[in-house]
Design a binder for this molecule. Structure first.
Ligand code: DGT
Ligand code: CA
Ligand code: CA
Length: 589
């Protein structure tokens, strides 16, 4: 699917047009097209095949032609020309959070800045604040932005890496020569960002499998192509490694290449203590353990493999229960395993509904009916509708009248459904003073009230913490959504004392969300553990704006599991009735 690639190219065109000071309508046409393509629920190739590109919202003949050109040739001439005519440094500067086209053009023209290195130097030398209308704050933001960029570009969000890895695994699994196959590495541990993708297979014809891997559609460059390992850079510029291992050591190899390195080191120490040796090839009993007679003509092996075929077997011979990949960070899981106190992690089948979903009443794409149909099809019992509240104009926040109309619609849709219902909710803005952007009369009518920060992100730590704590003290506030406001790779968390927020959540009976959108994933795993330890309930919500995003639940679930959470810690493992009654206890006290 080339939707994302094409959206990125259109965004780039918009950026360049903006740098050149072109007509805003033209700029916005490309921006809107990019958004619409990104939000499409089907492959743009299919739309092109049906010759219906110009029926897409915001795509006229001209843009349809450019999409077709890209699908045919892998390039857009118009963009190539724009790039040639635009100094590279301007394009680079646009990627820095906080620098817009106007600032970029001025820095280039007025300070003759020709590279990001020169930009950094100019900021450090305080050259920038000497320019009219630029402030010390601008310099600070540029330095922060540059640092952010260098941190962010090295790792890939799991939301990009996992679908890509699954596509590769899907393609390889179809080969007759592939027997067992699994994702390994940080991706199997569900880390929120991924350095590179690791895949493991067993095969009767390793070289053929590796050759197939290095020649996949997704492979943009081959880094290595050997007899047991292949390595590529994908079109998304992510490295992927494929290793072919022996059937007899598949489990130990999977264990080794899943990591983390720190977890592996602990396992190896345990093996040594028990007189064994652990490696990617298996668990071996050192010397003298051989019971079988060595075959004639072969040297007696010094070591005997006592496990390696499956991961379960590896843990078992080390005297440990199976440790799920999400826990393998050496953050207490070895001790818990030895003590027999590993948590029974929440599973996808425990999840009965989604708690965060936008409809076309605000900035979502789907109607309430479509949402209900999708939720039912997913096997859920409920979805909580959480459109924005009145003051969030940019996201189509609902006026009191619109909300009343929506609640009426929800009731009439529910009257037609069996075994599934839409829950009445809202994602109510937390105003700068910590009050909620909704009247008590309306709050009362909702089953579950989500609260969230969408404005004034730059408050200092003390003020921001106070603001959120005050909002949680409202008896109608049930779930604090995306509690740090971060956007992975795009925007840092706002400054907030999460320990204090967790204490206040426990005290007031307010739950906290894991926002399952792969760009957010906050609460993060470490804070989840702290919250659960304080007795705070966690809700997992996908923040769906387009129906396909209901599938983001797996990322929230991965985060919950990395945070050691069980079904009992999670709100949406409850039935709708249990959920509402548990949350509304707060209103009654
Ligand atoms: P990433 O790719 O940076 O997100 O993180 P990982 O954990 O996927 O790391 P990667 O791809 O470098 O290696 C995959 C696994 O292989 C890693 O989790 C543990 C194992 N591994 C790699 N190098 C070492 C090592 O030097 N010692 C040990 N014990 N294990 C290693
Ligand atoms: Ca990796
Ligand atoms: Ca790797």
């Amino acid at each position: 699917m080339k939707n994302r690639e094409i959206a990125a190219l259109f965004d780039e065109i918009a950026d360049i047009l903006e740098l050149r000071g072109e007509n805003v309508f033209r700029v916005n046409a490309y921006r809107r097209a990019a958004q619409n393509i990104e939000g499409l629920t089907r492959a743009i190739e299919d739309v092109a095949d049906e010759d219906r590109l110009d029926e897409l919202p915001g795509i006229g003949k001209d843009l349809a032609g450019k999409i077709a050109e890209y699908l045919e040739s892998g390039e857009i001439d118009y963009l190539n020309d724009l790039r040639k005519e635009t100094p590279r440094v301007l394009l680079d500067m646009l990627r820095i959070p906080g620098i817009g086209p106007k600032t970029a053009v001025r820095l280039h023209a007025e300070l003759a800045i020709d590279s990001l290195e020169e930009l950094k130097q100019a900021a450090l030398d305080h050259q920038i604040q000497k320019l009219p209308k630029m402030k010390a704050k601008t310099e600070e933001n540029i330095l922060k932005g540059l640092e952010f960029l260098s941190r962010a570009s090295a790792r890939t969000p799991i939301g990009v890496a996992l679908p890509l890895a699954q596509r590769i695994v899907g393609a390889l699994a179809q080969l007759g020569e592939v027997d067992r196959i699994s994702i390994a590495g940080s991706l199997r541990r569900f880390r929120e960002t991924i350095g590179d993708i690791d895949i493991l297979v067993t095969s009767s014809a390793p070289e053929r499998v590796i050759r197939h891997f290095t020649h996949l559609d997704d492979a943009a460059r081959i880094l290595a192509e050997g007899s047991t390992k292949g390595s590529i850079v994908t079109r998304e510029k992510i490295q992927a490694d494929l290793r072919v291992v022996e059937e007899a050591s598949y489990g130990s190899a999977l264990n080794y290449f899943t990591g983390s390195k720190e977890h592996n080191i602990r396992l190896r120490e345990i093996a040594i203590q028990e007189g064994m040796k652990l490696s990617e090839y298996g668990v071996f009993r050192a010397g003298g353990g051989a019971r079988k007679k060595p075959r004639a003509g072969k040297k007696a092996p010094k070591e005997v493999r006592i496990a390696g075929r499956t991961e379960e077997e590896v843990y078992r011979v080390l005297g440990l229960p199976y440790i799920p990949p999400e826990l393998r960070e050496d953050s207490g899981e070895i001790e818990a395993a030895l003590a027999g106190t590993l948590p029974a992690l929440v599973e996808l089948k425990d999840i009965r509904g989604d708690l965060h979903c936008h409809s076309n009443f605000s900035d979502g794409a789907a109607t309430l009916k479509e949402i209900a149909a999708s939720g039912k099809k997913k096997g859920y019992s409920y979805i909580l509708i959480t459109d924005h509240s009145q003051s969030l104009h940019i996201a189509g926040g609902l006026s009191p009248e619109r909300l009343r109309k929506q609640l009426g619609e929800i009731d009439s849709i529910n009257a037609t459904l069996r075994g599934f219902k839409l829950l009445r909710g809202s994602e109510v803005d937390i105003l700068p003073d910590g009050s909620l952007d909704m009247s008590e009369e309306l709050l009362k009518r909702l089953d579950v009230v989500y609260i969230a920060i969408h404005s004034k992100f730059k408050m200092d730590r003390g003020a921001m913490t106070k603001r959120v704590v005050r909002a949680m003290e409202n008896p109608y506030a049930n779930v604090l959504a995306h509690p740090t406001g971060r956007l992975l790779g795009m925007r840092d968390a706002f400054d907030i004392d999460m320990q204090e927020v967790i204490r206040a959540a426990a005290r007031t009976g307010t739950a906290i969300e894991i926002n399952a959108h792969p760009a957010r994933l906050d609460l993060d795993a470490a804070a989840c553990r702290a919250a659960a330890a304080a007795g705070v309930m966690i809700g997992i919500g996908t923040d769906t704006h387009v129906l396909s995003e209901l599938d983001y639940m797996i990322y929230g679930l991965g985060t919950a599991r990395r945070g050691w959470l069980t079904a009992a810690n999670i709100l949406n493992t409850r039935t709708a009735r249990q959920l509402v009654s548990l949350l509304q206890r707060k209103r009654r006290t």
